[in-house]
Ligand binder design. Sequence first.
Ligand code: TXA
Ligand code: MG
Length: 352
Amino acid sequence: METKILEINPIDPDMDKIEYAASILRRGGLVAFPTETVYGLGADALNERAVENTFKAKGRPADNPLIVHIWDISEVDRLVSFISEDATKLMRAFWPGPLTLVMKKSSIVPDIITGGLDTVAIRIPCHPIARQLIKASGVPISAPSANISGKPSPTLARHVIADLLGKVDVIIDGGACKIGVESTVIDMTVEPPVLLRPGDITHIQLEKILGHVKIDAGVVGKIENDIKPRSPGMKYTHYSPKAEVMVVEGEKGKVVEFINSKANESKCRGLLVGILALDNTKGEYEADKVLSVGDADKPETIAATLFAALREMDEAGVDIIFTQSIDEGGVGMAIRNRLFKAAGYNIFKAGE
Ligand code: TXA
Ligand code: MG
């Protein structure tokens, strides 16, 4: 299949190009587009064949459900069978934005979207290209992250091109995604509501609106094979680059020392070594490739670069990546969650 690449300026989207991409979606085609979190791979959520092609293009397991994207809050009604007061509060507070609500689905939502579950995940993105595109298409748009399943989510059009060129109809290049980690997912079908995937909207922000919000075990720890996860996506090895990843926790000086000694050991074994550092430690590391993922005191800078950095390590062909752990504050919980998954829970404590 020939993939058309459309450059669109997010500040002032060219409506002819948006309308063209929307017409492809209406015809059952696949269009990758930027959102404020990561790039998504869009299809008409009510067209089963189009949705099936999304799974094929990504190599995604059929039991991992997709998020349905809409452009306006009035579109929720026909997709769900029930909206709780708490759900309404969250929509008012955080939509459009990086929050996905899981609610009981209505009968128009095909089973292929929900992996057979009786719930559906919905969000309104706040990226101008995403919203205009969904509005112009006139249909709800299912959009998983636009990467090959298991790879880090794409935050630049070139990541999408690397994974999906020739497998989708259109890739919209709208520049870098500002947030860089996927939306927060919260299950509103249970009481108290459960945080299934941490993102830019934090647990604290959710609790301010709802009172108590439970954190799913899969957010902070590894899901064992015999436990059925509430969010099917949580059980898959995610965000994994080709290289082995090791996260090192502990006090800053000890972490640097530990990573340098491990990096040196790996070097002696003939491995090409990468290190993910922070702005204030980058100069202290020695390896084949050292990248800073941002400022330790500004976790949003780390969220915005983490996935691109993991991909850059792959492009450099490193065999092993050591990375500092990140504090839990703000979007830090989401970063730790992605990092730990990338590492397959290969976590070390420096100085022990
Ligand atoms: O920021 C985002 O959410 C991006 C952009 C493109 O919007 N999309 C995204 O989609 O990250 P995806 O498919 O990569 O991740 C969707 C997550 C998966 O972990 C999936 O298991 C979960 O949402 N999910 C979807 N429907 C669900 C449901 N009915 N119940 C529980 N979890 C659900
Ligand atoms: Mg994904």
